[in-house]
Design a protein around this ligand. Structure first.
Ligand code: SF4
Length: 197
């Protein structure tokens, strides 16, 4: 891990900028390969993440790991983080205030890692990062905003109760890493949605 990323991690661990610090067990900084071409961004830590202080270590995390393995990618190859770094009580959706208060940490992670593409997992991340909604309508698409590429897919937690989404997530992750391969080879990638600068 770079020194800069380690500093972000330590700042997350001791952060008390919003009320989620009062109910968390552990803050959950991002984790993974700082040289990754892709950053995955989910919503918020859940119970297992809060207990362990690590992102995506619960059932949803296992679902993501399976989708990654299916694409021939190890969890150690990628970097993964969340929109908010502390668990909202009872896993409620983080509020606008909480999301806005926490957003600088994500911006720092992105500016240090400089990923070729950011994989947006689920509606809350879609809304926070791109102002979008109804990710199921837009999943599988590539977005460009301010010269940064994003790839949209469902949150792995959606696959726990809806079997249809297992195949959706697996196929999307396969497509994502095909795009990553093309980007690494300096090939042109088809942009589905372009945000005006
Ligand atoms: Fe700080 Fe983010 Fe945790 Fe709020 S959710 S206390 S802003 S790290």
């Amino acid at each position: 891990m770079t020194q800069e990323l380690e500093e972000v991690k330590q700042n997350v661990i001791k952060c008390t900028k919003c009320d989620l610090c009062k109910t968390r067990t552990n803050a959950v900084p991002g984790k993974g390969n700082f040289q990754s071409e892709v950053i995955f961004v989910g919503e918020a830590p859940g119970r297992n993440e809060d207990k362990n202080g690590e992102p995506f270590v619960g059932v949803a995390g296992k679902k993501l790991s399976i989708a990654l393995e299916n694409a021939g990618v190890s969890r150690d190859d990628i970097y993964i983080t969340n929109i908010v770094k502390c668990r909202p009580p009872n896993n409620r959706v983080p509020s606008t205030v909480e999301r806005n208060t926490c957003q600088d940490f994500l911006k720092e992670e992105i500016s240090i890692i400089k990923p070729k593409i950011i994989c947006v997992l689920g509606n809350t991340a879609f809304k926070s990062i791109l102002g979008g909604s109804e990710i199921t309508k837009f999943r599988g698409k590539v977005v460009r905003k301010n010269n940064q590429l994003y790839f949209l897919t469902v949150h792995p937690a959606a696959t726990i109760y809806n079997q249809e989404f297992v195949e959706v997530l697996n196929n999307d992750i396969l497509k994502l890493f095909q795009i990553v391969k093309e980007l690494k080879n300096n090939k042109k990638v088809l942009i589905d949605i372009e945000y005006a600068p």
